[in-house]
Design a protein around this ligand. Sequence first.
Ligand code: BTN
Length: 259
Amino acid sequence: METEFNIESFDIKLDTNVIGRNFIYSEEVDSTNSTLLNKSFGNINGTTLLAEKQTKGRGRKDRQWYSARGQNLTFSILLTDKKYFNKNFNLINFAAALAVAMSIENLYQLKIELKWPNDVLIGGKKVAGVLIESSSKGDKLERVVIGIGFNVNQTSFQGNFNLPPSSLKIEVGQSIEREMLLAEFLNVFEEILENVVDNPAWILREWKERCRMLGEKISITEDDKVKYGIFDDIDDDGFLILKTEKGLEKIYYGDVSLV
Ligand code: BTN
């Protein structure tokens, strides 16, 4: 069921200094990520754009991200503060997925699983995904946009999915207040984001604690190539280390499955 997003009740619960302080609510955009990547949208660090409907919502690998109008949380956060953009840029992805996990844990005490590189699962089903995109000038990053697709109150899903989808409403067994969840996410995310600069090891440790595939036999599909091995570790930059007969191999992207 569609509900109206109440900006006032969201604002009361928002407890951040920067993230989400410039908050933009939109009925419909093509994609919140594309919109915030566009310079004409301003460059205030922490700007958060929530859309009730995306006509061209995107997932990783140019997959479509479909989300029913007014039921979920599809939003993006703009980062322009360069302190986050050094060598640990990839960690922002982990920080975002971890913030989704921790916000659900704080509010609903559910057990969350994180799947490399950016999926949030409950009971093996995907409830949220993260898509990070950036724009550069020359070789300098200018804007980083963190897009989150969070299945909140949607209870039926049509289409083909890489992972079976679910939503918080299905998993908790009751309708979820989107305002409280978004505020909690942004509160947690702002705190975690500081660790990207100050304590990246903490982010990776917390992320790994929620990754069920570590140490397991996995396959990794990269375009049409499949690799097999043991999920040995995540390195300091957030890349997957695969143990194969030939030794350790660093994996930069791909879809991971248990075998
Ligand atoms: C994935 O799991 O592949 C990532 C999904 C990310 C979807 C979100 S919805 C808000 C933001 N805008 C987009 O176009 N995509 C992201």
